[in-house]
Design a protein. Structure first.
Length: 139
């Protein structure tokens, strides 16, 4: 069995953003040479997420609206975490809702996903450099 590790780095322009990283993960898979196995993709920061869904702008807007209703950013004073001088408690909670990671099967050297499935990096406290880990194991 082989193992491959790669870090992807992102710096968003806004506080919240969804980035389709499928092509980055596919490039890492090609670089790995692994044809059959599993691919783990996870956010290496506690206010960011990795998830799988459709790449459709209306859906992304719906995510933003839904998350903001569930966990509004403001007022910052509503969160005990922000009493420490931070202003990102909502980002931590949004990350928990959207998930830390995905695992995708690798079959014949390709990500084995459904027809509309894409891998996304979800940033909830951006404007700084953050990383995503791609770890692929198999043969």
């Amino acid at each position: 069995m082989k193992s491959f590790r790669k870090e992807l780095w992102f710096c968003t322009k806004g506080r919240r953003e969804f980035i389709n990283i499928t092509s980055h993960v596919e490039a890492a898979l090609a670089e790995s040479g692994i044809r059959e196995g599993l691919c783990l993709v996870n956010a290496m920061h506690i206010s960011a997420s990795v998830f799988i869904n459709d790449d459709e702008s209306g859906l992304h807007a719906d995510f933003e609206t839904w998350l903001e209703k569930l966990v509004p950013e403001k007022p910052h004073s509503q969160y005990a975490h922000n009493d420490t001088g931070e202003d990102n408690a909502d980002a931590h909670l949004k990350r928990t809702i959207m998930g830390r990671e995905v695992v995708v099967a690798v079959t014949n050297g390709a990500l084995d996903v459904g027809p509309w499935e894409q891998i996304f990096y979800g940033e909830f406290d951006g404007k700084r450099r953050k990383r995503v880990l791609v770890k692929i194991i198999g043969e």
